[in-house]
Design a protein around this ligand. Structure first.
Ligand SMILES: Cc1cc2nc3c(=O)[nH]c(=O)nc-3n(C[C@H](O)[C@H](O)[C@H](O)COP(=O)(O)O)c2cc1C
Length: 283
């Protein structure tokens, strides 16, 4: 055991304590503690330096991201690097409350691709009796894994990112702008840049709520959420309350109040129509 290992173990414990409100046991003799600490210290970045992110570097990160595992080796995930300024501006203009979309030095769109597989069936003159929900689900899962891997690769070289699911509020427009063919859907955009500031850790639900032993434990969800709201508010209180015109100003405003307010509005109710119009069958 070296002093460096002890320090890495302590860093990891500190970061996870801030995230989960729990001090986990970390064996300082474990290899790879620095990588674990980097994973645990994840944060989204929405403010970037003017320093460019060269396209070759983005392409390198895409290659690392697409090295992620893929369900049945089906490789149902694509990435669109959006360099066209007019296209980016159109997307950004549709989402004015997220100015980081236009400001980010690089912008990508992660795409779930259910197109290649049925086309390959056609090319190889085979039937394709799998045109149902699973095709969509597998493609979205692959794309999400590639997105997460891109985040890790980018963070490893000091880049900061922010995924943008808000592009799905304008899925048809984004699909048209990017010429997305049949049976493909945009899963999320991604802003990429050199962060202006280190950013901060966002606390997550306690591990007692989200990690289960042998069987799913429903537990005391109300009590656990309450405790999480308090722990999170002490570390990272919300700067403003969502939609006070409709819900008033709460004396104690936690994560659960914010998420309940967020989802009290209909969101993306037309997304299913878009996905079906793209040719996916969801039954
Ligand atoms: C699939 C996905 C979509 C997201 N979409 C948006 C978005 O549209 N706009 C945004 O500002 N942040 C977006 N985020 C970032 C989340 O808000 C962020 O991950 C969350 O608040 C937790 O913060 P952290 O990533 O710093 O831990 C998205 C994250 C994910 C994983």
């Amino acid at each position: 055991m070296t002093m460096a290992n002890d320090a890495a173990a302590k860093t990891l414990q500190d970061v996870l304590a801030e995230r989960f409100g729990e001090r986990l046991t970390v064996d300082p003799d474990l290899p790879g503690l620095a990588e674990l600490a980097a994973i645990a210290a994840h944060r989204s970045h929405r403010r970037y330096l003017a320093r460019p992110v060269p396209p070759d570097l983005v392409r390198l990160l895409c290659a690392c991201a697409l090295s992620a595992p893929s369900k049945s080796d089906l490789q149902q995930s694509d990435i669109v690097m959006v360099a066209d300024v007019a296209v980016r501006k159109t997307i950004a203009a549709a989402i004015p409350d997220m100015p980081w979309i236009e400001a980010a030095p690089a912008f990508l769109v992660f795409v779930a691709n259910g197109r290649r597989l049925p086309l390959i069936a056609e090319m190889r003159n085979k039937p394709f009796p799998n045109d149902h929900l699973d095709l969509f689900f597998n493609a979205v899962a692959d794309s999400a894994i590639v997105l997460a891997t891109f985040l890790r690769a980018a963070a490893a070289i000091g880049l900061g990112c922010c995924p943008i699911s808000a592009i799905r509020d304008h899925a048809a427009m984004v699909g048209k702008l990017l010429h997305l063919p049949e049976r493909t859907v945009p899963v999320a955009g991604l802003c990429v840049g050199w962060p202006v500031e280190p950013g901060h850790i966002t606390p997550r639900l306690g591990l007692g709520t989200t990690v289960h032993q042998d069987r799913y434990e429903v537990g005391d969800l109300a009590g656990e959420i309450d405790a999480y709201d308090k722990r999170r508010a002490a570390l990272r209180p919300y700067a403003r309350q969502r939609n006070p015109e409709r819900w008033g100003t709460a004396t104690s405003y936690g994560w659960s109040e914010d998420k309940a307010r967020q989802y009290a509005e209909p969101l993306r109710a037309d997304f299913g129509t878009f996905v079906r119009a793209q040719g996916f069958r969801l039954d």
